[in-house]
Design a protein around this ligand. Sequence first.
Ligand SMILES: NC(=O)c1ccc[n+]([C@@H]2O[C@H](COP(=O)([O-])OP(=O)(O)OC[C@H]3O[C@@H](n4cnc5c(N)ncnc54)[C@H](O)[C@@H]3O)[C@@H](O)[C@H]2O)c1
Length: 293
Amino acid sequence: MGPGRPVIEDFGGKVAVVTGAASGIGRGLARKAATEGMRVVLADVEPAALAEAEAEIAGLGAEALAVTTDVSNAVAVEALAAAAYERFGAVHLVCLNAGVFQAGVSWQRTEADWAWVLGVNLWGPIHGVRAFVPRLIEQGGPAHIVVTSSMAGMMTVAYSGPYVVSKFGAASLAECVAHDLVAQGSEVGVSCLVPGSVDTRIGWSERNRQAATGSEPPSEAQAPDHYFVRQALQDMTSQTGRPPDDAADIVFAGVRAGQFWITTMEEDGYQALVRGRYDALLDHALAPSTGFS
Ligand SMILES: NC(=O)c1ccc[n+]([C@@H]2O[C@H](COP(=O)([O-])OP(=O)(O)OC[C@H]3O[C@@H](n4cnc5c(N)ncnc54)[C@H](O)[C@@H]3O)[C@@H](O)[C@H]2O)c1
C-alpha cells in the first residue's frame, strides 16, 4: 500500500472539487461524484459549458456549485478553494483535471504556446495543490487529491513537447506531494490519473485559448506538425476513446483500491508501455517514441 492508500471508502455526503468539469473526463468525474452522493464544486474556464454542467449535476439531485476558474491563475484557484469552503465547509476529493493540448516541434513553438500549455497543465495542478492541501490538512481526517496527467506523462513522443513536458511535470508533482504527505503523517492521499484514450474534446482544446490567454494558436502554416498531430488526437479519441463515465468509474475504483497510478488503459497495454520505457532507461537508451517517429 503506497501513498495513494485508500482514505475514503464512502463518498456519500462528502464534497468533491473538479477542475475542467465542463467537459470530458472532468464532467464524467462530476457526474460520478454526484451519483456517489457527493456535493460537487465544478470549476472551468468555459462559462457556458460550465453552466450546463452545473445544471446537469443539479438534475442528478446533487448540490452543485460552479465557479468560473482559470486554473493557470493562482488568484483564481485560491478563490475557488475559498468558495468551496465557504459554501460547504469542507472538501474531501480534489480532482486537478483541467488540461489542454498543443503539439509541435519543441524548438519551433512560441513562448506563448509553451506558456499556455504549461500554465494550464502544470501550473494548474501546482496552484491546486497550494490552495487545497493546507486546507485539507487543517480540516483533518481523510481526503484525497487526484492529479490528471496522461500516458504522455510517462512516455515521450515526437511533435508533442509542450504537452509531454507539462504532463511529466504533473505526474512528478503528484508523486512529490504524495511523498511530502506521507513524510508528514497526513491522512490526505494522492493518485495520479494517466488516461489512455478517452472520448472528449481534448483535441479541440484551442476553443478556450484565446479567451483564457489572449494568445492565438499557431496557424497551420506556422505549425503544420501541430495540425497533423491534433488531427491524429481527434481521430483517436473520437474513434477509440472510452466514454468519460467509464474513466470516472475507474478513477473512483482506483481511489478506493488505494492506487497511486490510476489508468484507463487496458492493463497489458499499460504494462508494456511502462516496461518499454524503463527497459530503455536501464539500457541507457532513448526511450521509444509512442508515435510519429
Ligand atoms: N481525452 C484523453 O484521451 C486524455 C488522455 C490523456 C490525458 N487527458 C487529460 O485529461 C484531462 C481532461 O481533458 P479531457 O480529455 O476531458 O478534455 P476536454 O477538453 O473535454 O476537457 C477539458 C476541460 O478543461 C477546461 N479547461 C481548459 N483550460 C482551462 C483553464 N485554463 N482553466 C480551467 N479549465 C480549463 C476546458 O474548458 C474543458 O472543459 C486533461 O488534463 C487532459 O490532458 C485526456
